[in-house]
Design a binder for this molecule. Structure first.
Ligand SMILES: [Zn+2]
Length: 220
C-alpha cells in the first residue's frame, strides 16, 4: 500500500468513526440509524444539531446558489414544527436548551439562504472568502444609476409609483441572481464578488422600498 493510500484510508476511517460517535443518542445512548433523524427512535429525545453541518445541510436543501423560496419556506416550517421551544416546555432542561439552540440555528439558516445577497456572501464564506469592507464598484455609470434610483425612491409618493419601483428593483436583483449563480457554477469567485457588491446596492434600495410599503400599508 502506498503512503497516499494509507493516508486516505486513515482519513476515511476517522471520518467514519466520527459519524458513528455522533450517531448515538446523547440521552439514552441508543444508536441512531439515520443522520437526518431529529429524534432518537428509541427514547424520542431531540438530537443536537451536527456542528459540522452548514446551513444547506441543516435546512435539507441542495448546496447550490439557486434556491426555490417556496421549497425553503416549506422546509423551514416543517423543521420549526418539530423544533419550536414551546414543544419542549414539559421536557428536561437539556432538551429544552437543545431545542432553543437548534430552533435559532434553523432561523438563521433560513434567513441567510432565503436572501440572495446573504446566501451569496455565505457561500463565499464556505469557500474561505469574503467581500472586503468598503469595496467600491468603480463603475461611474452604475453609481449614477444607483443615485438616481435612490432619489426616485425617496420622491415616490403614490402607491403605484412605489410598486413600480419595487417591481423594477426586484427584477434587477433577479437578473443579478442569475449571473451570480452562473459565476458560482463556473467557480469564478472574483466575478461572484463583483456581482455581489452590485447586489448590495440594489438590496439596500429594496430595504428602503420594503420599509415604505410597510409604512404606507400597501398590499401588493
Ligand atoms: Zn435516545
Amino acid at each position: 500500500m502506498s503512503l497516499r493510500n494509507v493516508f486516505i484510508t486513515s482519513t476515511f476511517r476517522n471520518r467514519f468513526l466520527h459519524q458513528i460517535r455522533s450517531l448515538s443518542c446523547w440521552s439514552c445512548g441508543n444508536n441512531l440509524k439515520m443522520v437526518s433523524n431529529l429524534f432518537c427512535s428509541n427514547c424520542n429525545t431531540l438530537q443536537k444539531p451536527n456542528e459540522r453541518d452548514n446551513f444547506f445541510k441543516i435546512m435539507g436543501v441542495n448546496e447550490t446558489y439557486d434556491q426555490d423560496e417556496t421549497e425553503l419556506a416549506k422546509k423551514y416550517k416543517e423543521l420549526q414544527k418539530y423544533l419550536h421551544p414551546d414543544k419542549f416546555a414539559n421536557k428536561n432542561k437539556t432538551e429544552q436548551e437543545i431545542s432553543e439552540k437548534y430552533s435559532s440555528l434553523v432561523n438563521e439558516a433560513y434567513k441567510t439562504l432565503l436572501e440572495p445577497l446573504a446566501r451569496g456572501i455565505y457561500m463565499l464564506k464556505l469557500r474561505g472568502q469574503e467581500i472586503p469592507e468598503n469595496s467600491e464598484v468603480g463603475d461611474q455609470a452604475f453609481l449614477m444609476e444607483i443615485m438616481e434610483k435612490n432619489e426616485e425612491v425617496e420622491n415616490a409618493e403614490t402607491d403605484e409609483e412605489i410598486m413600480k419601483l419595487n417591481k423594477e428593483n426586484k427584477a434587477k436583483i433577479s437578473d443579478l441572481q442569475k449571473l451570480v449563480s452562473r459565476a458560482f457554477f463556473d467557480g469564478d469567485m472574483k466575478r461572484v464578488k463583483k456581482l455581489l457588491i452590485r447586489m448590495k446596492y440594489y438590496t439596500s434600495i429594496d430595504q428602503q422600498i420594503q420599509a415604505m410599503i410597510r409604512r404606507k400599508g400597501i398590499f401588493s
